[in-house]
Write a protein that binds this ligand. Sequence first.
Ligand code: PMT
Length: 402
Amino acid sequence: MQRLYRKRIVLGVGGGIAAYKSAELVRRLRDQGAEVRVVMTSGGREFITPLTLQALSGHPVHLDLLDPAAEAAMGHIELARWADLVLIAPATADLMARLAQGVANDLLTTVVLATNAPIALAPAMNQAMWADPATQANRQLLEQRGIRLFGPGSGSQACGDIGMGRMLEADELAHAAADCFDTGLLTGLHLLITAGPTQENIDPVRYITNHSSGKMGFALAEAAVEAGARVTLVSGPVFLPTPDRVQRIDVVSARDMLAACEAAMPCDLLIAAAAVADYRPEVVAPHKLKKDPTSGEGLLLQMVRNPDILATLAGREDRPFSVGFAAETENLLEYATRKLRDKNLDLIVANDVANPGIGFNSEENAVTVIDRQQRETRFSQASKGHIARQLIAFIADRYEQA
Ligand code: PMT
């Protein structure tokens, strides 16, 4: 099983002799299914060449903060947003000190400050440097801020000393990286997720649909599995692979989606990320509609309301903890709050789809979650994978309090 399947990892390589292990680490991360982008400090470049890491990662290595060409391709803010995890290996004593102080004087430290993704460090240094009170104070400060430390290990060191300060081996680091995504927050629970668009037929060759790609719903399914849930994913027509360990049911129309969801009940939590067509043609023409030369320019389609899947499930006697999405182009929070109330939901995720960089069919999203007390929690722009993990942690917390 590839525990890092499709995870985006920024690997920061600092200036220590253990940088030679970073080459192997890139391979181990990719073996686990991760996509890896490497950022090197100037010190890191003294120990291993960018070319090696470029060849192993399959992408150009990011080196300088002030390189206009590199910034135009994928700048420090894009890298920070792209990442699902920033892993720094080796993390030298100097790098730990700079991170502890919030210094942003090169590309790697800037990415660390700018990212919302989890950050992990694999310390590597001489045993006396590791034991020094200054390094230990920095370690403590970084851990208090939620930065994880993988290692260091103990043993003989390149300088001839024996003690704590060895960087963990590539395999150990790849496993520790994968563990970052397994939260166990929803262990034992059944989660039903809807995703993608629905298609409503007009005739045998035409249909009405929308721009949903399914990316948000699929990312939620993946994050829910990582949190330990049993996940049923009911999806409209999309072009996405099924996430590992997810039971996927493909549907076409809103009525198919409702039937599939009802068949998947009961569940503990429901997340409705699908963009369901509110209306469908009243009659589906049995044959392809022809242009009628006598009827002038137009074609009138009589539409009827589709069932509301979310409201139906949230209205059942055995109702799950119900989370909706509200895709809006104006009055986002007002309309979302109305939907929360009208559909009897526990939470609603307000999604501003007027912004082309987020929402429908984009790689990133930015959302605000509203609860029944109208408290708002904002999740700022990041990859849909990262937003999904933040949402799952938030939803798990609220589910536990309910
Ligand atoms: O799929 P992507 O390209 O990644 O894009 C993600 C997204 C923008 C589609 C997603 O994040 C999102 O906002 N989904 C909800 C889109 C939507 O249709 O919102 P709505 O405001 O029309 O519906 C409100 C809620 O009721 C939604 O949870 C919807 O799933 C549900 N609904 C709506 C109508 C209906 N007949 N049945 C429903 O269950």
